[in-house]
Ligand binder design. Structure first.
Ligand SMILES: [Zn+2]
Ligand SMILES: [Zn+2]
Length: 289
């Protein structure tokens, strides 16, 4: 049975269809799905879905992209405080939302903190770019780092796995992980891993998992990369609604079968063995068994 380790059933595009999408996934042989949050609202939604359906689990966290909003709020607030000389200095952590994330970690259907990390990509169509202001500046990256570290600490505190999102920021990610390696005692995954030798080397050294998605079906660099990944570090994910193996939107968890068949060929192994090993890896990652 397949284990989709990263699937955003909590996103708007699946509203009203969640039950149907899960049923179709089950029919295609998907026994487990992990739904990661990207901000407070989608984290809450992930928990809600996980608590409703068997075989569905949640991860909760604030994605580096969404730290942008918090950065804007923080700047506005410090401006306000600067202008009102005698006002109380309110705690900036009030704006982080991390206490909300921490509350969600109590649910036993929450298996990980995620997705969290760093993202230096400048998104043109992001919701934060309505006034064409979305810039990845130094202050924003520093705040992303702060959030990443705080959420690594949460994963450690609540003994949950860690789903790491990295886009164009591997140097900083590896610095932070190296610096906090004593906290990464539970299992973690480089979700949608960039094809990169340094990330692979780090994953091997620290026994971290590597998540592979449907874009492998058309990305030559990823097809080369997967040949170097030891099978015992590999987990499958769809990242639905994105990264469809057939470049369709929305992607769905049932498509994990297409990804698995493609990878089995590249790894010169049987589909049966590939499913068995990747599902075992995913169980180890999230359930520690
Ligand atoms: Zn991601
Ligand atoms: Zn994601």
């Amino acid at each position: 049975m397949f284990f989709d380790t990263h699937c955003h059933l909590n996103f708007q595009v699946f509203a009203g269809r969640v039950e149907e999408v899960i049923a179709e996934a089950k029919k295609a042989g998907v026994s487990h799905i992990v739904v990661p949050g990207t901000d407070i609202e989608t984290s809450k939604k992930a928990v809600e879905i996980a608590e409703k359906y068997d075989g569905v689990y949640a991860a909760v966290g604030i994605h580096p992209h969404h730290v942008y909003q918090i950065n804007q709020k923080r700047s506005a607030e410090s401006e306000r405080i600067r202008n009102q000389k005698n006002s109380d200095r309110s705690d900036i952590s009030d704006y982080s939302g991390l206490s909300e994330i921490e509350k969600l970690l109590i649910s036993n259907k929450v298996v990980a903190v995620g997705e969290v990390g760093l993202d230096k990509h400048e998104y043109k169509k992001t919701v934060y770019n309505v006034h064409k202001v979305y810039k990845v500046h130094k202050e924003f990256i520093e705040l992303q780092k702060e959030f990443f570290v705080e959420q690594i600490k949460l994963a450690h505190k609540y003994k949950k796995a860690l789903i790491i999102h990295n886009r164009e920021a591997k140097k900083e990610i590896l610095e932070i992980l190296t610096h906090h390696s004593s906290l990464i005692t539970y299992h973690s995954v480089f979700h949608c891993c960039e094809p990169d030798e340094k990330l692979l080397e780090f994953a091997k050294k620290h026994k971290m998992f590597i998540g592979i998605d449907g874009d492998i079906n058309y990305r030559k660099d990823k097809q080369e990369f997967i040949k170097k990944i030891p099978l015992e570090l590999l987990v499958l994910e769809t990242d639905s609604p994105y990264l469809s193996p057939e470049r369709k939107f929305p992607n769905e968890p049932k498509n994990i079968k297409i990804i698995a068949e493609f990878i089995a060929k590249l790894k010169n192994t049987s589909i049966k063995r590939l499913i068995k090993v990747t599902t075992k890896n995913a169980r180890k990652l999230f359930f520690n068994n």
